[in-house]
Ligand binder design. Structure first.
Ligand code: ADP
Ligand code: MG
Length: 371
């Protein structure tokens, strides 16, 4: 959980700070009629630096697992303005001529650096490529391919699972190259709609790094040839997901278009919650005491195989509910490892959205998957 600082506007209008970190992964929400403590793996409060979030969230280990061939995913979740994009990318409005201060770089750029360093230090031969998509109104668009954004079809095959047809995947070898792809894509995300802010807060953005590695062994075992000692090639992915704002869109005055948007966002987030929720049987709720955060998680289910084998008509396949969950099917089960960053505002005005984010995160936290 990451709690951003109160913004200038919030401070000026006298908003109360209702969220406090208690240490040891406990976060306390206190306001007039609400008083709840939630337990998580880690809580970063307003004073936490971007570096502290990278080091304390397990992001470095996630990068290493992706190099080892796992499908790793990072989600930033929370209402609009809660700090999702800040956490993933750092403050916006950087351009190529005016790069952001290195101290403010987000999880993505830090992961790229870590990935490239690891690939050098392990002496492994990594082939890296990136793809960048957004899902807006249940339409998948490529953020890297030139030309006006057009919707790409989502397909399924036995060998590949769900994939986006004609999606561009760009190879890169340097930090500069991948950071420039990230900026290019984010720029397209922001300028492809008339209502810029609304657009970026109503769409999900997925940047995926594909890692193919073939470890080169310098010391073959006695009697073994050079060729035989080389490890078989591994394929891992590292996916960064900047989710659409989780807040409920106000129905008042919403045009037809807005309601469609609200529906598809809610469908995505619900499906995501459902596909996780299906993995365990008991209802979700906040941890009432920080101590319970150290209690072992309940027995794990295998999300995706469970969902993919419908038995009887009551069984539902929630990950088919939205394009987002279909694209993330591999991360949500099997060899998937997921880091979920719930972003919240400390302001009293955001109380109900903050509580809903924390409840959702508590539910997600109790789910584990088995390969
Ligand atoms: P979201 O992507 O969730 O809509 P943003 O990442 O755009 O939210 O953050 C909203 C505003 O708050 C931005 O102006 C951002 O710079 C600022 N902000 C968010 N998190 C932090 C933080 N941890 N420290 C300082 N400013 C932050
Ligand atoms: Mg954002």
């Amino acid at each position: 959980v990451r709690v951003r600082p109160l913004t200038g506007t919030e401070t000026r209008r006298g908003d109360q700070q209702v969220v406090h970190s208690l240490g040891d992964g406990a976060v306390h929400v206190s306001a007039a009629r609400h008083d709840a403590t939630f337990g998580f793996s880690a809580v970063f409060d307003a004073g936490a630096s971007q570096e502290a979030v990278f080091e304390g969230s397990g992001m470095r280990q996630l990068v290493e697992l992706a190099i080892d061939g796992f499908s790793c995913t990072v989600f930033a979740f929370g209402q609009t303005g809660s700090g999702k994009t800040y956490t993933l990318m750092g403050p916006l409005a950087q351009s190529e001529t005016q790069p952001a201060s290195p101290a403010l770089l987000g999880l993505m750029q830090r992961s790229f650096t870590c990935l490239l360093e690891q690939s050098r230090s392990r002496g492994s031969d990594l082939a890296l490529s990136a793809s960048y998509l957004e899902i807006y109104n249940e339409q998948v668009r490529d953020l890297l391919s030139p030309g006006p954004p057009c919707a790409l079809p989502l397909r399924w095959s036995k060998t590949r699972g769900f994939y986006v047809e004609n999606q561009l995947s760009v190879e890169f070898e340097s930090l500069e190259a991948i950071v420039s792809l990230l900026l290019q894509g984010s720029q397209r995300r922001r300028t492809s709609a008339h209502a810029l802010n609304r657009h970026s807060s109503r769409s999900h953005a997925l940047l995926t790094i594909h890692i193919r590695s073939r470890a080169v062994s310098a010391h073959p075992a006695p009697g073994e040839g050079w060729g035989a000692s080389a490890c078989p090639s591994k394929q891992g992915t590292l996916c960064f997901v900047d989710l659409a704002g989780s807040e409920r869109v106000k129905e008042t005055g919403s045009s037809g278009e807005l309601s469609v948007e609200a529906n598809s966002i809610n469908r995505s987030l619900l499906a995501l919650g459902k596909s996780w929720g299906t993995c365990r049987g008991s209802p979700a709720g906040p941890h009432r005491s920080p101590v319970s955060s150290s209690v072992a998680p309940p027995p794990a289910g295998h999300c995706i195989s469970l969902l993919a084998k419908p038995r009887g008509k009551r069984t539902h396949i929630p990950y088919r509910d939205s394009k987002l969950t279909r694209l993330l099917a591999r991360s949500l089960g099997g060899s998937g490892i997921t880091l979920m960053v719930a972003c919240i505002s400390p302001s009293s005005r955001c109380l109900s959205e903050t509580l809903s984010t924390l409840h959702y995160a508590s539910r997600a936290r109790r789910v584990t998957t088995r390969p």
